[in-house]
Structures are given as structure tokens and as C-alpha cells.
Ligand binder design. Sequence first.
Ligand SMILES: Cc1ncc(C[n+]2csc(CCOP(=O)(O)OP(=O)(O)O)c2C)c(N)n1
Length: 632
Amino acid sequence: MGTLLESIHSPADLKRLSLAQMTGLAEEIREFLIQTLSKTGGHLGPNLGVVELTLALHTVFNTPDDKLLFDVSHQAYIHKMLTGRLDRLDTIRQPGGLNGFMLRTESEHDCYGAGHAGTALSAALGMAVARDLVGGSEHVIAVAGDGAFTNGITFEALNNIAVQTKRLIVVLNDNEWSIDRNVGAIARIFHRIVTNEHYKTLHDQAHRIIEKIGGKTAAEVARRAEEAAKSMLWPSILFEEFGLQYYGPVDGHNLPLLIETFKFLKAEKRPVLLHVITEKGHGFQPALDHQKKFHGLGPFDPETGETKPVGEPTYAEVFANTLAHLADQDEHIVAITAAMPSGTGLDLFRVHHPKRTFDVGIAEEHAVVFAAGMATRGYRPVCAIYSTFLQRAFDCIVHDVALQKLPVVFCMDRAGLSGDDGPTHHGLFDIMYLRGIPEMVLMAPTNEDELADMLKTALQLPGPSAIRYPRGVVAGVPRKSEPLEIPVGTAEILQDGSDVAILGLGPMIALATELADRLKLDGYSAAVINPRFIKPLDREMIAAYASRVAAFVTFEDHVKMGGFGSAVLEALDELGEPGRRIPVVRIGWPDHFIEHGKVDALRAKYGLTVEAAREQLLPLLASCQRPTLVAS
Ligand SMILES: Cc1ncc(C[n+]2csc(CCOP(=O)(O)OP(=O)(O)O)c2C)c(N)n1
């Protein structure tokens, strides 16, 4: 670690540095980031892009009094380094270590937590209005990427800002990338500005002026940038019509220019938007050459940027290849992603069916309603959206898809604990929010072959359906050459048994099998069941086992409350006579937010294990009388 960086324990230390020292510090930060993240993994590209921007912000503003927000906040590593967390950066995303995003509980400098896109402007406006109400003087600054400007909430905030406050600074960090290349009209407009000759001239001028005279004149440059931008028409049309004074675009790697510009903007008595042009991965060639990969990745070689090959395919890949295959046979199948073509695998689908692939930007609600619209015209839309991000679109699923009885398929990748990303990204609520929707068919495959069958099944249904499957590599089972339809609402009995019925949802089937083996040693006969459908639940199967076994066990990678085990309880309740209920040991996540960490360790900590299930079950089996429930 370089000596300058070691001397920074808080933003106050940064403020003592000369400009030349700060430029050296930027280099040290980059080197430190590359070396550290090469071991831990993380969002390298976005953070390399905001080194100068974050240094300038912490030089001019005073957190925690001033409120600094980052949209998504995957690009807040430098902020963490400058606010007393440098010595723990090597723990980022590691069990017990720093979170990969801003977290209100992690530091007083993290005034707002995030992980999902599009929230920074709204939250910042809330803080600015709260300040105005009590007559406070602090500054509120929201940093949001160009990707965030494809999001509806960002525009809902823009629609409100000027009406609600006179003092708010929005920084548009424009690097032309979301995770993949940014899409849509907004991206095209930003691109036009960046490639405009005026900007290039100003950029060169700024460099010359800063070099010759020093910082003060930069304010003048910022003013001239504003004029130039006006001549490009668009910013004055858009941001200024929204009531924000537009400044920029400015070079986001020119530290003195940024510092001077922020000093100037600090004195503004109206909401402003500073358009900053940055390069994702700045200073590290492998990240510049592979923008997508370096958005976020695991450990890599700090010299070459190489990562270890994964081996088995992922669920996302199997999903996308199966969908491409099914789309070969049915021209009505279309695929929709909300800014996640590589994460969901749809970039593989796009190779086969470019005209039937739609990336709508970070716009989950729009993605779902857009799918509904296509479905009304006879298409079979498949929305590939991570479980955690589909939360955004709940009402659209209810109001626009289910209520209208439209056959949209939701493919929810990253269903279950996401691990390193933590609570903002765990997909632990989708059963709870989809189960209660009338018309919905909800499935979870135990392996990749079943995922293909479920996709085929979903695409034959007359109404909405959803499939939840986990992050990462597949189970590695043999695959059929053609997927087969599964009769809706039927479970699969993998092993019969007479003492206990163990239901393992999705990949949790492995724990169900293990528990059955363990119970055999204890002298009990256990049935192992792959439920396949969370909704409709196989009630015949439940009723049959309810009349024979002493207890049920359910395993799910989901919160217990409102989850699969709850569905089994409800079914038993509806089947049984009051007061003669059969015990159900529900194994799932408890009723609080689960921190980031390794999946196995967190499962052990929170009792999602065979041993925990067995401990709860054995006393029940020992004391239970066999029930005599019959289906009503
Ligand atoms: C609601 C939501 N959908 C999708 C994502 C996944 N995601 C994380 S970062 C990102 C791209 C953000 O792009 P931008 O705001 O331009 O930031 P950059 O990484 O380019 O700095 C996306 C799509 C998310 N975090 N939240």
C-alpha cells in the first residue's frame, strides 16, 4: 500500500492534501483496488471509473454532515476507502466483512443503503426536502450512472425535484455502460453529447487551462460547457425543462476540474445536474477491453485480468439455450430482459433470435407491462428477471399480467440466497409475493433437465407462470434431447416412506435426500418428494401422505414466512379436521434480513441443514401418534 493512501483515515485527511498529492493518491487507489479485488472479487470496473469523482466529492463536501448517495452503490468502494474503511477493504463481500454496497449500519458516511437501481435521486430529494423543512444547511448529492437514467424511478424523481427543493446536486456519471452496453433513447442521446465536437474541444481546453493557470478558471470552463451543451439542445430540453440546471459534460478523470466544478455548484441556489464523462475500468487495460466482465467478477489475475473457468454450465445458460431451442419451434416466443442480457443468459438467446430479444434497460415494471402487451397480440413473452429485481414489478404482475390472464412466463434467476452480494440481492421473497396471485403457476426445478421441462410446460399454459432457479452452476444431471411437459400441479415421488414425508423444493431436494438417508439410520422410513409446483400444490400427494406419516418436513431456499412450507401448512389445514393437525417442520430462512456471506456457512448459521431438521423432527416422531387425516 502506498504511503499517501495509508495516511487517509477520514475525508478530513484527504482535504489536507495538495492537488499533486491527490493525483498521486488516485493512482495508489487504483493499484490498491486492483490488487485487493483480484483476491476478493467485486465491482472493479465501475469503481475504477469513479476514483477522481469520489476524491473530488469528498474534497469539496463534508460527509457525514453533507449527504452523499450513490445509485445502486456498487461503485462506492472508493467512498468506503476514504471514510475509514480502507483497512477492511480486503474483507469486502467476504463473510463478516464489508458489504459490497453502501449500508447504513456500516458507517455514518453511508447515509443511504442501496443495491437496486434507480433510488438515488428520490432518496436524495427526500433528504433535501427534510433539510428544507427544518432549515438545515447541508448539501445533498446523488451520484447516478447513465444506466440508472433508463429507470422509471429516476424519472419520477426528476419530475419532482425542482418543485420540491432549490438545493440538490445530481451527478450523472456517464460511462455509456450499464452492465452491458446501455440501451434506449436516453443512452443514444448521452452518446451524442459525449461524441459531440464541442465536448471534445472543451475537454482539451479544460486540460490546458488547468495545467497553465490552476483551478479557479475551471468554473468558467464549466459555464462554457453549459453553453456548449445548450447548443446541443438536448440537455436544455430535457433536464432544464425538468427544472434542473444542466452543467457539463465534464471530464470525470480531471480531478482539478471536478473539484473546481463542485465548489462552484455548491453555491448554486437551484437544483443542478452535472454530467460527468467517465471510463468504466479506467487505468486497467483488461477492464477496458472487457467492460461487461469487469462490471462485477470473482477473483482474477491482477496482471492479465484472467479468471478461472467455471466448468459446468450455469442455470442461466441452460435456460437461455433451452429457450432458444423452443423458440426455433415457435415463432411466437420472445425474450425480455431488464438490462441483464449476460446475467440472465439472454445474450446467448440473442445470438439465435436477435429480433425476438428485447433489452428494455433497468426497467422491470416496464418489462412486465411490455410483455403483457405483447402477450395480448399472441406472443409468448418470457421475462428473464432476477428474483430480487422482479420485486419491483409486483403490481404489474398482478394488474397487467395475471388479472388479464395473459401467458407471460417469468424466469427468476438467482432465486434463493445470492451469497456475496447480500440482502439487497438475495432472492428470498418470490414465492411469498407470487403464491397469492390468482392464476399464477409457480415452479421450482431440482436440476437443469427439469428446468428445461418446466420452461416447455410454462410455454404451453394459457395464463401466467413463473420458474425460480438458483444462481450458479447446474446440478450436472444427464439431459434429455427434448424437454417434456410436466402435468401441472403434480409432484414427483422420488422415494416412498411411511414415517415422514420430506419435501425438498428445487435444489433443496439434495438436503431432503440426505435427511431421509440419515433418518433411515435412526430407524425411520422417509418419503422424499420433489414438489415441482409450489402452486398449484399437489394436494392429492399431500392428502395421501397426511393419512400415513407422522410428520412432514419442507426444505426451501426462501423465507419461511409465506413460503413453500407455509403453502403445505395451508393445504394441510384445509384438508384436516381442526385440532388434528399433522406437524410440519419447515426449514427455510427466518424472518429477518440475511447478511452477505458464503451460502453454506449462512445455511449452517440459520439452520438450513439436515441436522437442524433432524433435531426438530426426532422429538416429534418419538411423541407423535399416527394421524388419520383424510382429504375433505
Ligand atoms: C432494479 C435493478 N435492476 C437491475 C440491477 C442490476 N444492475 C446492477 S448495476 C447495473 C448497471 C448500472 O449502470 P450504471 O448506473 O450506468 O452504473 P455503472 O455500473 O455503469 O457505473 C445493473 C443493471 C439492479 N442493481 N437493480
